[in-house]
Design a protein around this ligand. Sequence first.
Ligand SMILES: [Zn+2]
Length: 75
Amino acid sequence: MFRRCPSCHLVFQAKEVKKELLGADTRVQKDYLVPAPMKWEWQDNFDKETHVHTYRVAYKCKHCGHEWTDLSQKK
Ligand SMILES: [Zn+2]
């Protein structure tokens, strides 16, 4: 994903200057496996856990010097 400077609209000029962890979420998602019609096997339902980290990232444009912050989420 490219960061575009909101001031001069150039891409590839954003430099990450600060990264701050805001929080971490654990999301549990139920996955159900449906048995295939010709194959009568029971399959267990299982829980899928994903951890989502939210960061506040500060960028500075190398072209015009504009600074801004953005939220980024990583699994
Ligand atoms: Zn700029």
